[in-house]
Design a protein around this ligand. Structure first.
Ligand code: ADP
Ligand code: MG
Length: 703
């Protein structure tokens, strides 16, 4: 792929911040803390909000606690004093009627020299009650221009860090803007801008920092949000395209006898596939027959039956004489998949190997040898173990379960697995985090997507209820009833990473209370992240075998575990979980023919929290729940940026701007249909903008 032309404009954008007057040492370090290193970063230092300097307030309208704007003069030069390490400036401001308002500045000694007696200024600051009167604290100000009687327009408020002020931010932005405006390349094609009524790039980047009014600020914001989504999405599409250009895969076409064997295994399954499973499998097997490496995401709600799809795809490869591997995020899950897949494929006579951290060294060595010479065709294991240490003889397919645990980078590394001959494996990732399609395209824009949007017939819907501590006795009776009917129960305690210790205690505490008192006559088990894998495995296995009746756990059971005999789940402090996470948890029950109940314990009186829990009780569909979750919590919490490895969005909001996102995707579809590598003169600016802004992510493909 072509490199960026290194013309002058680029070096201008890469000027370090220290090339600006007044930026060195400490200030440069503070800016770096905000991720601002060069002029380009300053250009992208967008206001997080605006303050309205248009509404001038008379002194009689000042209100304690409010941030207000008013015109006043300074009656005397501010006097300085100190209190310990605090420097304090005080003066009195007067309005046109001579009414007084004390003003105070903390640790801003330079203010004293910038205020001239009797000169009118516009002040803006927080009003505070002091004894019987009001005063204003740390007001910002500027010379009042009576011509401009409507006030001072609206002012940007920048995201800051301790030690930087809005004044400094504005100053830096204003220093950089005039030098860069005019050198910006418009990445959005004209026809797209016209179609979606987007303002020009120079206007957006300059006026967003100094809009005349709210309307203008929104015009700029909308364009910048569009641009942000446009570039991110275009980058992801390009990533996908470029992979198509890279090493080919082997087409895994089946011979007739292999095809017969395949269908025989499929008809030996304990159930017929749902239409959605079959459709997904058809898409996957179609991809396996191509020399373009498959990069497909299978999205399906919990319990939609993704495992069997993976198993049959693996079988397809094995029957072609090649190898397939499935990677799971935890040892427990790997072990379970190993068993399940072995069972699904038992009619094939093929064996499935298992590789986890608990695999004894000798066995491990034998497995590695057999993988290298091709005598093992099917492997299940933990992600970490397989990712880079295993040599395959002829790897056709790598499946990753519970994709949401892995980011873009990891995914790319995975696809980097290849054999000696330089063929890429086909890659299939499975995720149970249901997300609306538009968002899936942002998160997984570099993947093709299949959706299993159907739950196998005969499943009983899970009934979910909220409960409070005072209902505990009744809930415990309910648990006992399920157990006495031969069923099993999960009790889930919250886990927050930063407080792993307290969470552990909470799970241990619950376990002790239940096993020693309330259910002392039953077998209660405990799993949490602090256990050694082998110990965790042992408890889980006893639970799956039915020896443990009640399993107390942290969220380690969130992913994948399948025990159709478990019919009751109680979640402690349910308000601490995200909706989608609760939905995932709840997906551990309702997997068999028995009626299942989920109890969400919460004493929270927070309206929002209660509404979220009610949403969960009302809805069964993971997509509807995800949509609601997104609405209630916003996309930041929903995804947890770091998990998916994408750059944070600075202007766009994936929830609020979802219509804009749909418009972006529609435009890009048109663009990529005719110019898949963005090579045309018209589309080159998109490539250039991507290279400039998303270097870290896209450099891996030579962008
Ligand atoms: P998930 O998509 O959450 O990974 P699993 O693959 O674990 O779902 O399947 C959930 C349960 O549904 C398992 O017990 C599995 O045997 C069962 N199952 C899968 N497909 C079907 C089907 N077509 N008909 C009936 N049961 C199915
Ligand atoms: Mg699963």
């Amino acid at each position: 792929m072509n490199k960026l032309p290194n013309h002058n404009a680029v070096s201008l954008f890469e000027q370090p911040i220290t090339a600006l007057p007044g930026v060195a040492g400490k200030r440069a370090a503070l800016l770096r803390r905000l991720g601002i290193e060069n002029w380009q970063d300053i250009l992208g230092w967008f206001p997080r909000d605006f303050e309205d300097w248009n509404n001038l307030t008379g002194f009689e309208q000042l209100v304690d606690g409010e941030e207000q704007t008013f015109v006043a003069t300074v009656s005397r030069k501010p006097g300085a004093s100190r209190k310990g390490r605090l420097s304090i400036l005080r003066t009195v401001l007067r309005d046109a009627y001579g009414r007084a308002l004390p003003a105070v500045w903390f640790n801003q000694p330079w203010v004293a020299d910038r205020l001239v007696k009797d000169q009118p200024y516009i002040f803006r600051g927080r009003i505070k009650r002091f004894g019987s009167g009001l005063s204003v604290q740390n007001p910002s100000f500027e010379v009042f221009d009576p011509e401009q009687s409507s006030g001072g327009g609206i002012r940007p408020i920048y995201p800051l860090t301790d030690g930087l002020s809005q004044g400094i931010a504005r100053q830096l932005v204003q220093a950089v803007l005039p030098r860069l405006i005019g050198h910006l390349t418009e990445p959005i094609p004209d026809w797209v801008r016209r179609e979606h009524k987007l303002c020009a790039i120079d206007f957006a980047y300059s006026r967003i920092h100094q809009p005349k009014n709210w309307e203008e600020a929104e015009i700029c914001r909308r364009r910048l949000a569009f641009e942000e989504l446009f570039l991110l999405q275009a980058g992801l599409y390009l990533l996908r395209q470029s992979r198509r250009d890279q090493r080919p895969a082997k087409a895994r076409a089946m011979s007739d006898p292999a095809s017969r064997a395949y269908h025989q295994v499929q008809s030996s399954l304990p159930f017929p596939l749902t239409a959605a499973q079959q459709k997904t499998l058809d898409e996957v097997r179609f991809d396996l027959n191509q020399t373009r490496p498959m990069n497909r995401l299978v999205q399906g709600d919990v319990g939609s039956g993704k495992t069997v799809v993976a198993a049959l795809a693996m079988l397809h490869c094995a029957l072609c004489g090649a190898q397939a591997v499935l990677m799971a995020p935890t040892a427990i899950l790997a072990r379970q998949h190993h068993e399940t897949i072995g069972r699904y494929l038992s009619a094939s006579g093929l064996t499935v190997a298992l590789l986890t951290g608990a695999t004894p060294a000798a066995e491990r060595k034998a497995i590695l040898k057999d993988l290298a010479d091709g005598s093992i065709q099917l492997l299940v294991g933990t992600h970490a173990l397989i990712e880079d240490r295993v040599r395959f003889n002829d790897l056709a397919l790598a499946v990753t379960d519970e994709q949401h645990r892995f980011g873009v980078r990891q995914r790319m590394r995975l696809a980097g697995q290849d054999d000696e001959a330089g063929f890429a494996p086909h890659v299939l990732v499975m995720s149970a985090t249901p997300i609306p399609r538009t968002l899936a395209l942002i998160l997984y824009g570099d993947l093709d997507i299949s959706v299993i949007d159907e739950i196998p017939a005969g499943r009983q819907p899970i009934q979910s209820y909220t409960a409070r501590s005072k209902d505990r006795e009744r809930v415990e009776k309910l648990i006992r009833r399920h157990v006495s009917e031969g069923r099993q129960a999960y009790i889930v305690c919250p886990m927050i990473e930063e407080h792993a210790q307290t969470d552990l205690e909470s799970a241990v505490g619950v376990f002790n209370r239940l096993s020693q008192a309330v259910f002392s006559d039953l077998t209660v088990g405990l799993v949490h992240g602090g256990l050694k894998p082998a110990a965790k495995d042992e408890v889980m296995n006893r639970f799956i075998k039915g020896e443990v009746q009640i399993l107390v756990s942290t969220t380690v059971i969130e992913v994948g575990i399948d025990n159709p005999n478990a019919t009751l789940m109680m979640v402690e402090n349910a308000e601490r979980f995200g909706l989608s996470q609760l939905h995932q948890l709840r997906g551990r029950i309702g997997r068999g023919a028995h009626h299942s109940i989920c109890i969400l314990m919460s004493d929270s009186d927070d309206d929002k929290a209660r509404e979220r829990l009610k949403t969960l009780c009302r809805h069964q569909d993971g997509f509807a729940i995800a949509e609601k979750d997104l609405e209630l919590r916003g996309p930041g919490d929903f995804f947890g940026t770091r998990q998916h490895g994408l750059p944070p969005l600075r202007v766009a909001n994936l929830y609020r701007d979802r219509e804009l996102l749909a418009a972006v995707q529609a435009s890009l579809k048109t663009i990529f249909n005719t110019d898949p590598m963005l090579d045309s003169a018209q589309n080159r600016p998109i490539r250039e903008a991507l290279a400039q802004r998303y270097k870290a992510i896209f450099s891996q493909v030579g962008l």
